[in-house]
Design a protein around this ligand. Structure first.
Ligand code: NAD
Length: 321
């Protein structure tokens, strides 16, 4: 059995590995070769924490396991990130524990890979301005991954807590991109690609603010009750997701579905685009929306790659079962 620490994950797995792993597993999900088990997520009534499990099996990639963890809002004051998780991988042939892999860094890179895969497959090729709604822990990873997909010339950003924006601006500067803090309406007017990655519970981006041809990746809404965009925007867009079942229950489309503005059948798994079974964007005027809800299979996919690379590089701790 392998133990792969957070530090080792950071050393062995980069954005390109995560992109490939996530793209492959989304494709496998759409083919029916991989599926997620029902998610468990509970408020435990202690430390204001949300705790749960995301699990699944990818027959194609031979990844079986579970990510266990959640959200501890008081962690920031302790110098820790609020999201804490660990991934357990099992041998699909025997059921034996195969690896324990730190899940914090991997959650950030797999989530960034998810929006990045959506940009690669759905954004207009001539996209120049990237709009960031959100400036928390995940936003920095999102920004770094997104700029690898198109020749962006500028980043515009808005955050509920404006004091968090300079940190995101520093990432843009590191990437050699001009960065401007703007109001939300201006962000919509300027951006060709928008990533929303907040813990909002109300619509932050309205239908009328979004230009034709925009691609928007809604990444923050991963729980019932959360919301980042106007349901009318969801209704106006061609909608893609990682997993339809999660999208309509805990993802961004939950509100448009509840309001009767869209039907479940109008939501396409992005894996269908990856597999060449759906054309994706059909015109330069179309608004495309990716509802990235975050599935357990993404975690298992990147953790499997991390475990293999760590073992090959002699960086995994090997423990007898
Ligand atoms: P964080 O705590 O570091 O940052 C939270 C962000 O939300 C900040 O930008 C903050 O200003 C903003 N925010 C807080 N309250 C808000 C409000 N009322 N209205 C608008 N914005 C508000 O968190 P993080 O780790 O960056 O995660 C951001 C979100 O992404 C969370 O909701 C988290 O659950 C979600 N997430 C999704 C996935 C996925 O796979 N889809 C993966 C990881 C995290």
């Amino acid at each position: 059995m392998l133990i792969v620490s957070e530090q080792t994950c950071q050393e062995v797995i980069g954005r390109a590995d995560a992109f490939t792993a996530v793209e492959n597993v989304f494709g496998a999900m759409a083919k029916g070769d991989a599926y997620n088990f029902p998610v468990i997520r509970e408020a435990i009534g202690y430390a204001d924490a949300l705790y749960g499990f995301k699990s699944g099996f990818d027959k194609a990639g031979k990844a079986l396991g579970v990510k266990s963890g959640g959200y501890w809002p008081g962690n920031m004051d302790k110098g820790l990130t609020n999201h804490q998780s660990t991934i357990f991988l099992f041998d699909p042939d025997t059921g034996q524990l195969a690896a324990l892999v730190g899940g914090n860094y991997l959650t950030a890179v797999r989530t960034a890979a998810s929006s990045s895969v959506s940009i690669a497959h759905l954004a207009r090729k001539d996209s120049k301005v990237l709009g960031m709604v959100g400036a928390g822990h995940q936003a920095q990873f999102q920004l770094r991954a997104a700029v690898e997909q198109r020749d962006f010339e500028k980043v515009v950003a808005w955050n509920f807590h404006p004091d968090m924006l300079p940190k995101l601006g520093a990432v843009a500067a590191d990437l050699g991109l001009p960065f401007e803090a703007v109001e939300r309406e201006q962000l919509g007017a300027e951006a060709d690609v928008i990533i929303s990655i907040t813990s909002a519970h109300d619509a932050l981006m309205m239908r009328d603010w979004i230009k034709p041809g925009t691609h928007i990746a809604c990444m923050g809404t991963d729980t019932k009750g959360k919301q980042e965009v106007d349901p009318a925007l969801v209704a106006a867009a061609t909608v893609f997701t990682d997993e339809v079942a999660q999208s309509i229950s805990i993802g961004e489309t939950q509100h448009a579905i509840a309001a009767g503005l869209i039907a479940e059948s109008a939501i396409t798994p992005i894996g269908a685009v990856i597999n060449g079974d759906h054309p994706g964007r059909r015109s330069d005027d179309e608004i495309t929306l990716f509802d990235g809800t975050g599935v357990g299979l993404q975690d298992l996919a990147v953790a499997s790659v991390a475990a293999k690379l760590a073992e090959a590089q002699g960086k995994a701790q090997v423990v007898a079962l």
